[in-house]
Design a protein around this ligand. Structure first.
Ligand SMILES: NC(=O)c1ccc[n+]([C@@H]2O[C@H](COP(=O)([O-])OP(=O)(O)OC[C@H]3O[C@@H](n4cnc5c(N)ncnc54)[C@H](O)[C@@H]3O)[C@@H](O)[C@H]2O)c1
Length: 263
């Protein structure tokens, strides 16, 4: 399929585990893709491997000036933006609220919530110039439940739902759809690598044994949903939230082979 032939896509956090998969997914369907990140070496290496329809820009999503520059550079390179993917995100340092660092809380909110806010603010004029488009905010199943020890992350992702809905209300008349994706546990460095020396990777806390679909998600599982939602196939979908978690939020699944008659 070539659902994005000639369209311009901007993805934040594009040098990360899911960002790299999203880059490849859009390129395979004919798009021109700009990835923004703060990891310049990794970002540049990814686009060098991807070819002429991929471009890297340094974009710290907490900086309004970086956003302005990223939108201008994207337009100059490929034309107005049709799809903005607010994918950049960080975890909070693991600690109970009373022992947590307020600076860390502020930083997590800055990246995970203020970042997408600044992004929408900066990119909307470009989406209008494109004649309409799509904004996808990458939230998390942490935006659907509470989770001990990572209150900053959870709070920022819950708030992203409010931003998504408000933006959808404001932008529908301009043919700009805004939705959020809520991945469960995805096999990327965010959860497989320790956040700081001595910390346990998040993946250690989540056994897929209890999920209805008994495995972690791979980035491509989320990319496929993203491509659908940002394509014309989802033309009447806005202000909505899409969980992709293998059934994690459903509650503990039955053990293999167990039936209702067995206790
Ligand atoms: N991996 C999971 O299990 C999981 C689950 C639910 C939601 N998510 C969300 O998915 C998104 C992508 O996560 P991932 O798993 O690919 O993580 P990742 O750590 O592999 O990638 C995140 C990327 O964001 C970049 N980034 C961090 N701060 C930034 C900033 N200030 N400006 C620009 N870029 C910045 C990082 O450099 C990195 O390349 C995040 O929003 C995350 O919260 C991940």
């Amino acid at each position: 399929m070539q659902r994005f032939l000639g369209k311009t896509i901007l993805i934040t956090g594009g040098a990360g585990g899911m960002g790299a998969s999203h880059l490849r997914g859009y390129l395979a369907e004919g798009a021109n893709v700009v990835i923004g990140d703060i990891r310049d070496d990794r970002g540049r290496a990814l686009v060098a491997e991807a070819g002429d329809r991929a471009h890297y820009v340094h974009l710290d999503v907490t900086s309004a000036a970086d956003w302005q520059n990223a939108v201008t550079e994207t337009e100059n390179r490929f034309g107005p933006i049709s799809v903005l993917v607010n994918n950049a995100g960080i975890l909070s340092r693991s600690a109970p609220i009373e022992q947590s660092d307020p600076e860390n809380f502020r930083h997590v909110v800055d990246v995970n919530l203020t970042g997408p806010y600044l992004g929408i603010r900066a990119a909307v004029p470009s989406l209008r110039r494109a004649g309409g488009g799509v904004i996808i905010n990458i939230a998390s199943t942490s935006a659907n439940v509470g989770t001990a020890l990572i209150a900053a992350y959870v709070s920022s992702k819950w708030a992203l739902r409010g931003l998504t809905r408000s933006a959808a209300m404001e932008l529908g008349r301009d043919d700009i759809r805004v939705n959020s994706i809520h991945p469960g546990v995805v096999n990327t460095p965010l959860i497989t690598e320790p956040l700081h020396p001595g910390a346990q990777p998040v993946s250690d806390y989540y056994s897929p044994d209890a999920f209805a679909i008994k495995r972690l998600a791979e980035p491509q599982d989320i990319t496929r949903l993203l491509l659908f939602l940002s394509s014309d196939e989802a033309s009447f979908v806005t202000g909505s939230e899409f969980v992709a978690d293998g059934g994690m939020l459903l509650g503990p699944a039955l053990a293999a082979g167990q039936t209702q008659n067995q206790s």
